[in-house]
Design a protein around this ligand. Structure first.
Ligand SMILES: Cc1ncc(COP(=O)(O)O)c(C=O)c1O
Length: 371
C-alpha cells in the first residue's frame, strides 16, 4: 500500500485486489424500482421457473422451527440419500453452500502460489476467481472458434497442451455456462486418461440433469477409474433450490477428506439440508421441469435461428444468442419490456446475450419481444 493511501482495501493481498468480481443477474426488485413496472420475468440466472417440489417447500417450512440450532455439520441425512441415489459412498460426497462453495473448497485445498490451474476461455466465471483468490496462476486456454462445430466450446486438445508440471487443477464445465457448450464423452475420457497423475480434474456438471438426448458423460460413473476426478453437482438448477444454496462434490474419499478440512463446519443451512433431502423424494417434479426446459431449448433455438438470430448449441437450461454489435441496446430494450436476460460482456462476449429458458409462456413473451 502506498504510505499515504487511506483506502484500507489497498491492504488486501495483490491477487485479491486485482480480482474482477462476479457479476450476478439483475434482481426483479431492482428493475421494478428502476422502471416502476411490474410483471417482470427474469431469464437471467439459469434458475428453474417451476421452483422446488412442494415436498421440499413443506420440509423447509418444518425446518424453520429448528433454525435456532446449528445445522448438522456432517449433512448426514442428505449425504446418505445422495449416496444411495448416485451409487457412491457417503464418504465421497462433500456438501457445499451451492456448488460454487464446493468449487472454492477444491481451489483452497489444492492450489497455492506457484501452482497453476487450467480453464477454458468463456468458462464459468467462478473458476478464475477461485483460482486467483488462492494466489495460484490461472491459465486460460482459448476456446474453439465461433465457426467450429462446437462454437466457443472448450478446446480439450489445447487444454491438454497447457498442462505442465506446475498444473494442479483443470476445470471443465460440462455443459459450460454461459456458452451452453459441452465436450464429447469419448474426447473427455481420452483427455482425463492422458492427464499426468498430479492433476486434479474439476468436472462441473451443474446442468447435468438437462442433458436430454445429448452425448454428455455422467462423470460420477468414471470416479472408480479416475481417482483424480472431482464431479460437481447442484440443487440450484433442476431442483429449483438456488435460493437455499446446496451443491456438492463427488470424488475419491481421500479428496473429500481434504475438501472437508477447509470446509466451514456449518456451510449448508438447516433449511437447505431439509429442502434438498426432500427434493430427492420428488424426482418426478424434477423430470417435469427438465422436460419443459429440454423441449423449449429446441423450440426457442429453432424460432430464433429461423428469424436469423444465431444460437450457440446448448446442453443447459439456457441459450447464448448472438445479438450483434447492439447487444447492450437489445438488452435494455428487453428490460423496458420487463424481461431480464444476461449480458455477457464480462466474459468478453459483448455481442452475445444469455437467456434462461423459462416457462412456455415466458419464452413466448421473450420471443415476441425479440423477434
Ligand atoms: C457451470 C456452473 N457451475 C456452478 C454454478 C454454481 O451454482 P450453485 O453455486 O448455485 O450450485 C453455476 C451457476 O450458475 C454454473 O453455471
Amino acid at each position: 500500500m502506498p504510505a499515504n493511501s487511506t483506502d484500507p482495501g489497498q491492504l488486501a493481498v495483490d491477487n485479491v485486489r486485482t480480482l474482477a468480481p462476479y457479476v450476478p443477474g439483475k434482481p426483479i426488485e431492482e428493475l421494478e424500482r428502476e422502471l416502476g413496472i411490474t410483471d417482470i420475468i427474469k431469464l437471467a440466472s439459469n434458475e428453474n421457473p417451476f421452483g422446488p417440489s412442494p415436498l421440499a417447500i413443506a420440509a423447509m417450512q418444518r425446518a424453520l422451527a429448528e433454525t435456532w440450532l446449528y445445522p448438522d455439520g456432517s449433512g448426514h441425512h442428505l449425504k446418505r440419500k445422495l449416496a444411495a441415489k448416485l451409487g457412491v459412498d457417503a464418504g465421497q460426497i462433500t456438501l457445499g453452500n451451492g456448488s460454487n462453495d464446493a468449487l472454492v473448497l477444491l481451489a483452497e485445498a489444492f492450489l497455492r502460489p506457484g501452482l497453476e490451474a487450467v480453464y477454458s476461455q468463456y468458462a464459468f466465471a467462478v473458476y478464475p476467481i477461485a483460482i486467483q483468490a488462492t494466489g495460484a496462476t490461472g491459465v486460460m486456454v482459448p476456446a474453439l472458434s465461433s465457426d467450429s462445430p462446437m462454437p466457443l466450446g472448450h478446446d480439450l486438445a489445447a487444454m491438454a497442451r497447457a498442462i505442465n508440471e506446475r498444473t494442479r487443477v483443470v476445470f471443465i464445465a460440462n455443459p459450460n455456462n454461459p456458452t451452453g457448450t459441452w465436450v464429447d464423452a469419448a474426447q473427455l475420457e481420452a483427455f482425463i486418461a492422458a492427464l499426468p497423475r498430479h492433476v486434479v480434474v474439476a468436472l462441473d456438471e451443474a446442468y447435468f440433469e438437462y442433458t436430454g438426448g445429448l452425448p454428455l458423460q455422467n462423470g460420477i460413473e468414471w470416479l472408480e477409474r479416475f481417482p483424480n476426478l472431482v464431479v460437481f453437482r447442484t440443487f440450484s438448477k433442476a431442483y429449483g433450490l438456488a435460493g437455499v444454496r446446496v451443491g456438492y462434490a463427488v470424488s475419491h474419499p481421500a479428496v473429500a477428506d481434504m475438501l472437508n478440512r477447509v470446509r466451514q463446519a456449518f456451510n449448508v443451512s438447516t433449511v437447505g439440508l431439509a429442502g434438498a433431502a426432500a427434493a430427492l423424494e420428488d424426482l418426478q417434479h424434477v423430470a417435469a421441469a427438465v422436460g419443459v426446459a429440454v423441449a423449449e431449448r429446441m423450440r426457442v433455438s429453432a424460432a430464433l435461428e429461423r428469424s436469423g438470430t444465431r444460437v450457440i448449441p446448448s446442453a443447459g437450461n439456457f441459450l447464448l444468442l448472438h445479438a450483434g454489435a447492439n447487444a447492450r441496446e437489445r438488452f435494455e430494450q428487453l428490460l423496458r419490456k420487463g424481461i431480464i436476460v444476461r449480458p455477457v460482456a464480462n466474459y468478453q462476449l459483448p455481442e452475445y446475450l444469455r437467456v434462461t429458458l423459462g416457462t412456455v409462456e415466458q419464452n413466448d413473451r421473450f420471443l415476441r419481444a425479440w423477434l
